[in-house]
Design a protein around this ligand. Structure first.
Ligand code: SAH
Ligand code: DHB
Ligand code: MG
Length: 232
């Protein structure tokens, strides 16, 4: 690390106010929310759900990635009120789909209302229950072009393992909260930070994946499934 101090100097360029202005600028020009997204975020707050949905500029990156690979079928783990699901569902064609997995029945119910509000309920399917139990049943469904993981952090390594077993070559795996709100590299990491670190280290090392971190918001861990070295 110490040999990189010259490079580090070059990234620690922006003060907090500048950073904030840059996010405002990005949102204004590239990640503007329409009425539906604004309303979904407002209702999430009013109904007392945790406000841990992705930020607009993160939603727009998901949308961009999905469009870039021409995703038709997307799988999401962790629906909450459906904010991220709406960004994803808008990226797939009319005959495409998003399957989203949610443990909490209250969250699922509220999300369902939001999908109707967004006019996307015909494109989105919510599967209730713990993803650890519902994922095995999804293995035989249409191949998913993209999987967005945003549920309990301790589950991420298991979700990655499912993805590696079940997604086709070319599929994208995207994990939210790669930086764990700054706690990723804590010297006293909690279980969530430890699991996230485990996830990132295995994504970086796994030959079946081409991986990177997109440092938007709290960070996306991104891996594209590629043919393993030595396989045809
Ligand atoms: N992706 C959402 C935010 C998800 S918050 C957005 O950006 O809009 C995390 C969600 O994961 C919560 O709703 C929580 O209930 C759900 N969750 C937690 N553990 C889960 C599990 N084992 N299986 C499925 N969902 C889970
Ligand atoms: C938490 C979970 C998230 O997915 C997130 O984006 C922010 C916070 C949490 O469980 O604390
Ligand atoms: Mg998250």
């Amino acid at each position: 690390m110490s040999s990189h101090t010259d490079l580090l100097d070059r990234i620690l360029t922006f003060d907090e106010a500048t950073q904030r202005d840059l996010v405002v600028f990005t949102r204004r020009w590239f990640a503007r929310e329409d009425e539906v997204l604004v309303q979904v975020r407002r209702r999430t707050r009013e109904l007392g759900l945790p406000e841990i949905q992705i930020r607009p500029e993160e939603g727009q990156i998901l949308y961009f990635l999905a469009r870039m690979i021409g995703a038709r079928h997307i799988l999401e783990v962790g629906t909450l009120a459906g904010y991220s699901t709406i960004w994803l569902a808008r990226a797939v064609p009319e005959d495409g789909s998003v399957v989203t997995l949610e443990l909490d029945p209250t969250h699922a119910q509220i999300a369902r209302e939001h999908f109707v509000l967004a006019g996307l309920d015909d494109r989105i399917e919510i599967v209730e229950g713990s993803a650890h139990e519902t994922l095995p049943m999804l293995a035989r469904r249409e191949p998913f072009d993209m999987m967005f993981i945003d549920a309990e952090k301790t589950g991420y390594p298991a979700y990655l393992s499912w993805a590696l077993d079940n997604l086709p070559v070319g599929a994208l795996i995207v994990g939210h909260n790669a930086f764990r709100e700054g706690k990723l590299l804590s010297s006293t990491p909690d279980a969530a930070a430890r699991a996230t670190r485990e996830l990132l280290e295995s994504m970086a090392q796994d030959e079946r994946l081409l991986s990177t971190i997109i440092p938007v918001g709290d960070g996306f861990a991104v891996g594209m499934i590629q043919r393993g070295v030595g396989s045809p």
